[in-house]
Ligand binder design. Structure first.
Ligand SMILES: NC(=O)c1ccc[n+]([C@@H]2O[C@H](COP(=O)([O-])OP(=O)(O)OC[C@H]3O[C@@H](n4cnc5c(N)ncnc54)[C@H](O)[C@@H]3O)[C@@H](O)[C@H]2O)c1
Length: 381
């Protein structure tokens, strides 16, 4: 099977997630990175292209230059997909430009700066007939699929409780003003958007809660805090969630939980039992039951559902992690573009719009005296 040709916007020397995308895309041999506009800094851009051994003609100073030149190349040479791994304010303009130019897009989260922008991306994807994927990485873990599929087939009974927490500590001090590149734009409303911690990791927690439970949050009651003096966006989020069907949830996301690394944990309980998964021990899913001892399902181990097995690459006991989870999204996206009929799931426009509505609902609620704010369009007017 021929490899899909990938271009990249962002992800230059010193950047975080661009390199992770490149590793994930490389894992299964579905993709070739052939072009990029990696950085607005000319030196970094050139050096990144050299390190990746790209044709210098296809290392562009900007996305505009990339699109203009790639479109002149023969159809079987030009990029087919653009990965967008820049700070948030560029997601919508870049995604819309790429979709309108006929390229599929694999975009970083959060989808955009606002619901309005996210809707514009959704409209561009629809009009162009191109595919749009969103990097909600954690939903690519095998044990997340195991949890989702078990809930869907009714193992836990009707869902009552959803608890999701995402605790990081790396913004506990004012490193945003001390030259930390990743912290600097994440705390700038012009580049991060309306939410700080809320947009950066609250969105991951929200997407995972809805994706795994199979339920939609109807309304939120929230508290947003900025603990670090002088910081311009929230660094700490607490939200109560009311799901359709009556389930109740709690979402806690913080980037000032001093000492925490990447503590994403999801617990869901139904009428008959519950499940428990932690991102830093991603190969274990614990199931607890009302009427029998707890069970542990392990990545690659016995008892996994068929759907989960398709996401596992190594035998049990050979730990899989973040890159493999990310690679599952790239593999699913490749399948969709090729139309190979495997119908693998990947997060996209729907997850993006839901999470943008969540951001806006939390901000509106936290700023008001209203007890509950709807996450659904048109319900608060
Ligand atoms: N899915 C995940 O788990 C995950 C994890 C980390 C970051 N992210 C998301 O990825 C995105 C990038 O985050 P990061 O931590 O890698 O940031 P970063 O600051 O490390 O990297 C951003 C890169 O974009 C480049 N860039 C900026 N403007 C550009 C432009 N106009 N044209 C081309 N390149 C440009 C910068 O030079 C840099 O190389 C953000 O949207 C973030 O929310 C997602």
């Amino acid at each position: 099977m021929t490899r899909l040709r990938l271009g990249m916007a962002g992800g230059g020397e010193g950047a975080f997630i661009g390199a992770v995308h490149r590793m994930a895309a490389a894992l299964d041999g579905d993709w070739d990175l052939v072009a990029g506009a990696f950085s607005t800094d000319g030196g970094r851009n050139t050096r990144t292209g050299e390190q990746l051994e790209l044709d210098a003609q296809r290392v562009y100073p900007s996305l505009e230059a990339l699109i203009a030149h790639e479109r002149t190349l023969p159809v079987d040479e030009r990029i087919e997909v653009l990965a967008i791994v820049t700070p948030n304010h560029l997601h919508a303009p870049m995604a819309i430009a790429a979709l309108n130019a006929g390229f599929h897009v694999f975009c970083e989260k959060p989808m955009a700066m606002s619901v309005v922008e996210a809707e514009a991306i959704a409209a561009a994807a629809k009009a162009s007939g191109r595919h749009f994927a969103l990097a909600f990485t954690y939903s690519g873990y095998p044990m997340i699929e195991e949890a989702r599929a078990r809930i869907e087939r009714g193992d836990l009974g009707a869902i009552r409780l959803v608890q999701v927490e995402y605790l990081q500590g790396w913004l506990s001090q004012s490193i945003d003003t001390d030259g930390n590149k990743q912290a600097e734009w994440r705390t700038d409303p012009a580049r991060a958007g309306l939410g700080g911690c809320l947009g950066d990791i609250g969105t991951h927690a929200f997407q995972l809660a809805e994706h795994v439970s199979g339920l939609s949050v109807q309304s939120v009651s929230a508290d947003l805090t900025t603990h670090v003096k002088g910081r311009r966006l929230d660094d700490d989020v607490s939200a109560l969630l009311r799901f359709g069907g009556g389930a109740r949830g709690v979402l806690k996301a913080s980037q000032v939980a001093a000492g925490e690394e990447n503590g994403l944990r999801l617990r869901i309980h139904g009428e008959r039992g519950g499940l428990d998964w932690s991102q830093m021990e991603p190969n274990t899913l614990t199931l607890r039951w009302l009427d029998r001892p707890a069970e542990i399902v392990r990545t690659g181990g016995p008892g996994m559902l068929d759907a989960t097995a398709t996401l596992v690459r190594t035998p049990a006991g050979h730990p899989e992690g973040y890159i493999e989870a990310f690679a599952n999204l790239y593999r699913a996206f490749a399948s969709a573009i090729r139309g190979d009929g495997t119908d693998r799931w990947f997060p996209g426009v729907t997850d993006g719009l839901r999470t943008m509505r969540f951001i806006e609902a939390v901000i509106a609620n936290a700023a008001s005296d209203q007890k509950w704010t709807s996450v659904n369009p048109g319900e608060n007017e």
